[in-house]
Design a protein around this ligand. Structure first.
Ligand code: TA6
Length: 296
């Protein structure tokens, strides 16, 4: 398979394909301005590093790399529901897009030296067994000085569908106790840690305990201010009115086998979402795009 991918999509100075961890196929993107890796399993960006910068994404050293299992870290593609299935708890948490194998639709060198990789997932007997809808998903990954990830869902059925989801991005920080997340000041949020009751954000977000919040009615850019790494990670977005901020802290980290016990100290998730009341109705023949642009 890797040979076929390279025959069809390799671009010198931009992208090639190789066997990654667990024997899973991955795209390796290296251009004049940045590098990234993307697993076809889940269309999962696992690393992004502009030249001259430290890695931007956090990836668990204990992650599984197995077909059908979510990779821990990077940018999980959460679709067509965020969190547990609304009515059937036996269905996979955070939907099925991140545990399916996606196909390569296109690879292209862009004018500014960036590299575009387009992956796709169409409805199938496998997906219909989980969710009885006809759809086509594409994930457009543009690697340059910034990383842009755009998830577009097309409704190919004859009835309206309701979807939620997220680009569930894990960012690398030097020490989570010293960072702050800006851009969500004065917003309301649902606090999962205390039973999803509604609270109000005062000032920037500091992380000194488990944090699991869905910020509501926000289309704003966020930034992760990391004084120890002397950087700010900027997260711009479109197609989203909710932003999720998550750090499992010590106890939850210990409960996850694919997450190092002290891994919570060097990561924070800031997720561009359609979560809680921000679910999206997609009419037959219509589409919805959820986009996140990450820059340092
Ligand atoms: O986005 C935050 C969250 O919903 C947390 O509640 C936690 O469950 C996290 O996602 C990770 O979920 P996962 O299914 O990837 O272990």
């Amino acid at each position: 398979m890797i040979e076929q991918y390279n025959q069809q999509f390799l671009i010198e100075g931009h992208i090639h394909f190789e066997v990654g961890q667990g024997g899973l196929a991955k795209a390796v993107i290296r251009n004049s301005v940045a590098q990234a890796e993307v697993y076809l399993q889940g269309a999962h960006v696992t690393s992004f590093q502009p030249i001259g910068s430290e890695p931007v994404l956090w990836l668990s050293e204990d992650s599984l790399f197995q077909a059908g299992k979510a990779i821990r870290g990077g940018i999980p593609v959460i679709w067509p529901w965020f969190g547990p299935h609304p009515t059937e708890e036996t269905k996979p948490q955070h939907g099925f897009a991140r545990i399916m194998s996606w196909s390569i639709r296109e690879a292209r060198a862009l004018s500014q030296g960036e590299t575009l990789l387009r992956l796709g997932l169409s409805s199938s007997t496998e997906t219909r067994a989980i969710w009885p809808q006809d759809f086509d998903l594409t994930l457009d990954i543009t690697v340059g000085v910034a990383l842009t990830v755009a998830l577009t869902a097309h409704n190919q059925g004859r009835e309206s569908i309701e979807v939620s989801g997220a680009l569930h991005t894990y960012f690398r920080v030097d020490d989570v106790g010293y960072i702050q997340v800006e851009g969500l000041e004065s917003r309301s949020y649902l606090d999962k840690v205390t039973g999803y009751n509604r609270k109000h954000q005062v000032g920037p977000i500091l992380i000194d305990q488990e944090v699991d919040r869905i910020y509501l009615e926000t289309e704003d850019e966020c930034q992760i201010v990391d004084p120890l790494m002397k950087r700010q990670i900027h997260i711009d977005k479109a197609g989203s009115c909710s932003t999720v901020v998550w750090n499992p802290w010590q106890e939850r980290a210990q409960q996850m086998s694919d997450f190092p016990d002290d891994g919570y100290k060097t990561m924070v998730c800031v997720e561009t979402a359609n979560a809680a009341e921000d679910v999206r109705q997609i009419e037959p023949g219509e589409g919805h795009t959820l986009m996140q642009k990450i820059s340092v």
